[in-house]
Structures are given as structure tokens and as C-alpha cells.
Design a protein around this ligand. Structure first.
Ligand SMILES: [Zn+2]
Length: 275
């Protein structure tokens, strides 16, 4: 468990294609003294913060003026798991590369770069009062607790059905880091017709067929899909700017509700404390 602000110990790059644009993108990671994670695109700095989130329909997208960076959530989760609090990410396109659909390659890059610790604290946000947001049958809530504890439920058509998972030791939950994004087979056509997921393939997403997983090697974990929803939530919650401590319970949540929860949390300073 990290106690202080940290950054990466050396510069590194990661390249890959964007899921929606299908275009090659390169990220360059630079150490940062200032607190927080921020992207730099076309000379514009965009803090990776919940109040910069402008679109949550297919991924978490941040914007500053007319410059946007999409699909930041898996990268943000990698920062969380690596214990990195301060970093500048230079990006030469509008979307973070999808890589294998998980946070694994980002996490490996950060692990190889190493962690540099600053003397400054103020990296934890402790929830002081319960906060909840919901939309139809989807909801996410957080209650005071001294650790981060996440229980996630999802429900999709067969062969997925209902899945539930609780992670108590989130900082060391390595099966979350490499769990991949997924889609239902019947949704691919509509997404492609809308001009999205141009870079989507079985190399970067799990595709759920009518009676089995389409990917030739199947799933990485029996609960890979619910694991990935936890990965998304961890990445989205890290746009709070802090390592959140609290008991999280979520049912069918996504990027929209995850962002709404942070907005609700920060709407009253009595809801949390920073240390
Ligand atoms: Zn995801």
C-alpha cells in the first residue's frame, strides 16, 4: 500500500490501435512532480479527473475545449494498481490504445519503469458518508470503510447470466488487471454500423456468442467478465484523483454511473476526507 505521492522512475512509450478509431496511437509517459495524472494532446493538458469527463457512452472520455482523449479507464486502472499518483501522458491521437482489452500491458510498462516516491502525502480519499447513484436497475454505492472493498454484480443473456464477485484486497487483486473487455456478438454489427469499434477484434475483446465464448482460447478466468467491470470501476474511480477507501457495492454499473457517483461524492466536502 503506497503512502505518498509517486511518479514513474523513467520515461517509456506504449503504442497500439484505438478500439473505436482503429488508428495507431503512441503514449509517452513522463515523470511529474505535480499531483495527479494528466494527458497532453496537441499541446493541451487534460487532467484525468472526473470533472473533465465529457462522454461515458462507450468509454470514459475526457475533454478540455475541443481536445478529447477517449478510453482512459484501463490505463487509469493500471496507474491505480502500480501505485502511481503523478504522471504526464503524451498522446498523439484521440484514443488510448486498447492493447489486449485489459490493463496488463500498461501495468507491465509502469512496473518496468519503476516507482519514484515524493515526500508528499494526500493520496487517499476516505469516504465519510454513504453516497449512492442509480439509473433504472443499475446502481453503485459507497460506504465508509478503512480499505477499498468492491462487490460487483452483472447480468447478461446466457451463456453469461448473473455473475457476482467481491474483492477485499483490491490493491493486490491481480486477476482484475488482465481481465479483458467484452461484447455480445449481436451488438458488434450495430457498433460497426455507427462507425465505431473499427479496431475491435478477438485480439482485444472477449466476444460472447450464442452458446459459448467466440475467442479460440476462451476466457482467462471463469469470472473474467465481472472482473473487467471491476477493472473499469477502479479506473473510473481513479479519476477522483485519489485512492478511494470505502465499501463499494455495484449492480450493472458502467462509466456513466461511476462518474455520477464521483460527482455526487465531491458535491459535499462532508462526504469525504483526504490524507
Ligand atoms: Zn473496460
Amino acid at each position: 500500500m503506497i503512502k505518498r505521492q509517486t511518479t514513474i522512475n523513467r520515461i517509456f512509450k506504449i503504442s497500439g490501435i484505438g478500439l473505436h478509431t482503429g488508428r495507431q496511437v503512441t503514449l509517452e509517459f513522463l515523470p511529474r512532480r505535480e499531483f495527479g495524472i494528466a494527458f497532453v494532446c496537441k499541446g493541451t493538458i487534460i487532467p484525468a479527473r472526473y470533472d473533465m469527463v465529457a462522454d461515458t457512452r462507450l468509454s470514459t472520455q475526457i475533454s478540455n475545449g475541443d481536445i478529447s482523449v477517449a478510453t482512459i479507464e484501463h490505463l487509469m486502472a493500471a496507474f491505480y494498481f502500480s501505485g502511481i499518483t503523478n504522471c504526464l501522458v503524451y498522446i498523439d491521437g484521440p484514443e488510448v490504445p486498447i492493447l489486449d482489452g485489459s490493463a496488463w500491458e500498461f501495468y507491465q510498462g509502469m512496473w518496468k519503469a519503476g516507482v519514484y516516491e515524493f515526500p508528499d502525502s494526500g493520496v487517499y480519499l476516505k469516504v465519510q458518508r454513504p453516497v449512492e447513484v442509480s439509473h433504472k436497475d443499475a446502481w453503485v454505492r459507497i460506504k465508509p470503510l478503512n480499505t477499498l472493498d468492491i462487490t460487483m454484480s452483472i447480468e447478461f443473456r446466457q451463456p453469461v447470466g448473473k455473475q457476482k464477485k467481491r474483492v477485499t484486497d483490491v490493491e493486490n487483486a491481480f486477476s482484475i488487471i488482465n481481465s479483458r473487455t467484452f461484447t455480445l456478438l449481436e451488438e458488434i454489427e450495430a457498433i460497426k454500423k455507427a462507425g465505431l469499434a473499427k479496431g475491435g477484434s478477438l485480439d482485444n475483446a472477449v466476444v460472447i456468442g450464442m452458446d459459448d465464448i467466440v475467442n479460440p482460447h476462451g476466457l482467462r478466468y471463469r469470472k473474467e467478465l465481472v472482473n473487467h467491470k471491476i477493472l473499469d470501476l477502479i479506473g473510473d474511480f481513479y479519476t477522483s484523483g485519489y485512492r478511494i477507501l470505502g465499501k463499494v457495492e455495484a449492480n450493472r454499473t458502467g462509466h456513466y454511473l461511476n462518474n455520477m457517483l464521483l460527482r455526487e461524492l465531491f458535491s459535499d466536502t462532508a462526504n469525504y476526507s483526504i490524507y
